[in-house]
Write a protein that binds this ligand. Structure first.
Ligand code: VAH
Length: 320
């Protein structure tokens, strides 16, 4: 019987992933965990365990107590926060990953998912339609940890026979949680600010073109890659995946189709250098060929959903 552990279930991807895993496999077969409390919906529906992925002993006890067979390891510091706390980020992102991978190997966990990111690419990487295999010289703490992580999951898969699967997420856009310290999170914050205040101060330049994906696409492809027979997987590290690319200026124009009076001001900060080191668009033909991956949400559809759902969420919070 499948028993899934989600590490980082209170985060942006973790929240939506936990809910969808419960929808597909039954809430009783999913254990949510994080260092901080999750959304009401996650807390109401799932067994929740407070866990620090740096505490390997407690993690092992949790895995044994629940009879875990699969792990989605999403607990990490994102790019913006990692630049502000480099060694803490390296410790959490790497020692946390080692703790989980060693338990997957030693406890015979059937399979594990770990998110890489377009952050594995750097300023010397071809910027447009970045291929699956190419120059990878990330110059951010987060990107270095993701590149090192990719090399290590491939090492564990080859040398220890673990089944660790991964995709290189672009910026992910969703409404169930507010932004979590990433560089692409302007594309989440902007909706909450547009609905709340009709204005957003953007920390990136208007022409910063970045790869993005709506959360429903990201969750579907994540569960799909975990469901596939191992023999179908042709990449032992992490797959390029993509959906759309846009700039803050293009996003603001699309938002104005729904909120005509929305205004935006551009005040680039330290995250501009992070964004400038990343690709503008991603070639995900390897994922599309082998695993039938396709995205379903483009920018106009995403914007329409985000404005509607953020407005409803903020309205509910007013009355709570
Ligand atoms: C970040 N949202 O901005 C994450 C993501 C591609 C970026 O990994 O750090």
């Amino acid at each position: 019987m499948k028993k899934i552990l989600v590490l980082g279930a209170s985060g942006q991807i973790g929240t939506d992933l936990t809910l969808e895993l419960g929808n597909r496999f039954g809430d009783a077969n999913v254990v949510a965990s994080d260092m901080k409390i999750a959304t009401d919906e996650v807390m109401d529906r799932f067994t929740f365990e407070f866990i620090d992925v740096l505490n390997k002993h407690k993690l092992e006890e949790l895995i044994e107590r629940h009879g875990i067979t699969e792990i989605y390891h999403l607990a990490a510091l994102l790019s913006g926060r990692s630049e502000q706390k480099p060694m803490f980020a390296w410790d959490v992102n790497m020692r946390g990953l080692f703790n989980v991978m060693e338990l997957v190997r030693d406890k015979g966990i059937e399979r594990m998912f770990w998110p890489s990111s377009i952050a594995v690419f750097g300023p010397s990487t071809p910027k447009h339609m970045t291929p699956q295999k190419t120059i990878m010289e990330p110059n951010t703490v987060y990107g270095i940890s993701k590149l090192a992580g990719e090399r290590w999951i491939e090492y564990f898969n080859v040398h220890y026979g673990t089944d660790i699967r991964s995709v290189r997420y672009p910026g992910i856009i969703s409404y169930k949680t507010e932004a979590g310290g990433g560089t692409t999170d302007y594309a989440v914050e902007i909706f909450f600010e547009a609905v709340r205040n009709g204005h957003y101060d953007c920390y990136l330049r208007p022409d910063t073109l970045l790869p993005m994906m709506y959360m429903e696409d990201a969750i579907r492809l994540t569960i799909d890659i975990m469901d596939r027979p191992k023999a179908e997987l042709t990449v032992n590290s992490s797959y390029n995946v993509a959906a759309m690319s846009f700039t803050p200026e293009q996003l603001a124009e699309e938002i104005r189709k729904h909120l005509p009076h929305f205004t935006i001001r551009y005040q680039p900060d330290f995250r501009q250098a992070i964004a400038d080191s990343w690709p503008a668009s991603i070639d995900d033909s390897v994922a599309r060929q082998r695993r039938g991956w396709h995205h379903e949400f483009d920018m106009p559809r995403m914007v329409e959903i985000m404005i509607r759902e953020v407005a409803q969420k903020l309205e509910r919070e007013k009355t709570d």
